[in-house]
Design a protein around this ligand. Structure first.
Ligand SMILES: *Cc1c(COP(=O)(O)O)cnc(C)c1O
Length: 358
């Protein structure tokens, strides 16, 4: 295979059909059509339907488009939290959501553990007044996952609170039970193998109701991207603003291709590739697991510590066309992070493993 293979954790390797869909989009003038016309409405509808089938999203849940997961953090706080929220924090992404809440003047509680650690449910106690719980299913900065059984158990423990789940680097490889999640959200440059620039939120009916209730109480829930505006336009297969039409189109096509390939196959392969990568880390005398607890080791973003530092290894692999991510923040020069998304085929992963230090 010519050129580079990206094992970076987002943006990452593009899904193999993205190029051909981009060409079709140009040929069909997708970049010039009106976002108030029938053609756009049918694109929008196809994308939402494909996501609903691919991810097994319940009928009552809404699917809305944003610019990024960062935007969704802000919108959730504006639309669904009046005063108090509670955040699980174990790395840079979950910490940032908590910081957004503080910046927006919410009373933001947190339960924090060190990067590389997961959460023990029996240590988590959510304050009575918290209106929402923000959980992170896969902390991309440290390669820690929260088992889906823990996600569900925590949500079920506090049924009266809204439950937000960051599944940015989890989907489509995992299948959370959306019946217990009021907002599951992702951006497309991770597991969906697209260029960056589109965020997707999957909202429960009560999450949208909560936004309307706060709005009617006088809370500022935002302008064009508040949940009632989004719902109103979604009912006509449209968006309040002129959206990223090209990416809504591409996402629908990629989700359709994943459906044809078989989501079960994708999930089986993800598990197999993760096992191969972790075995390579275990065997290597130069590499070590960052996440010590096996149940908390991510299957989609795998982090290894490199003896003597990761910089030269990353450079050496780069010269062979294999692009890895460095560690995040303070771990930049100590770790490597390896994406295990649907776009990294088994062959690509085998290629990488041949080059990792033994
Ligand atoms: C990448 C990432 C985000 C942020 O996504 P943007 O598209 O940059 O807003 C949030 N959470 C997790 C877990 C991520 O990996």
């Amino acid at each position: 295979m010519a050129g580079k293979t990206f094992f970076s954790v987002g943006p990452s390797q593009l899904f193999p059909t993205v190029g051909q869909h981009l060409q079709t989009a140009l040929a069909e003038n997708i970049g010039s059509i009106s976002h108030r016309g029938k053609q756009f409405e049918s694109i929008y509808k196809e994308t939402v339907e494909n996501l609903r089938v691919l991810l097994e999203i319940p009928d009552g849940h809404r699917i809305f488009f944003f610019s990024s997961a960062n935007e969704i953090w802000e919108r959730l706080l504006q639309n669904c939290v009046e005063h108090h929220c509670f955040h699980l924090v174990n790395g840079s992404f979950s910490a940032k959501f908590h910081e957004f809440a503080v910046t927006l003047r919410k009373n933001a509680y947190k339960h924090e553990v060190e990067p590389g650690k997961g959460f023990s449910l029996n240590e988590i106690s959510v304050p009575e007044e918290a209106e929402a719980i923000a959980a992170i299913v896969n902390e991309t900065s440290s390669g820690v996952q929260m088992p889906l059984s823990d996600v569900k158990e925590l949500a079920q423990r506090y049924p009266q609170k809204l439950f937000f789940a960051d599944v940015v680097t989890s989907l489509p490889a995992v299948s959370p039970d959306y019946n217990f999640i009021d907002c599951a959200y992702f951006s497309v440059q991770k597991g969906f193998g697209m260029p960056s620039g589109l965020g997707v939120a999957i909202l429960s009916p009560r999450c949208v109701e909560r936004a309307k209730e706060l709005n009617s109480k006088g809370q500022v829930t935002g302008t064009y991207h508040n949940f009632s505006q989004l719902e109103k336009f979604a009912a006509q297969n449209q968006t309040p603003e002129t959206p990223n039409v090209l990416f809504i189109y591409l996402l629908g096509k990629v989700a359709g291709d994943m459906l044809k390939y078989g989501i079960e196959n994708i999930r089986i392969e993800t598990a197999q590739k993760a096992k191969m990568i972790y075995q390579a880390i275990e065997k290597s005398s130069e590499l070590d697991f960052f996440v010590k607890e096996p149940a908390h080791r991510s299957i989609t973003t795998i982090v290894a510590e490199v003896k003597g530092g990761s910089t030269s290894l990353i450079e050496r692999l780069k010269s062979k066309g294999l692009i890895l991510a460095s560690g995040y923040g303070a771990f930049k020069e100590k770790q490597i992070r390896i994406a295990n998304f649907p776009s990294q085929s088994s062959e690509m992963t085998e290629q990488l493993l041949k080059e990792l230090p033994s």
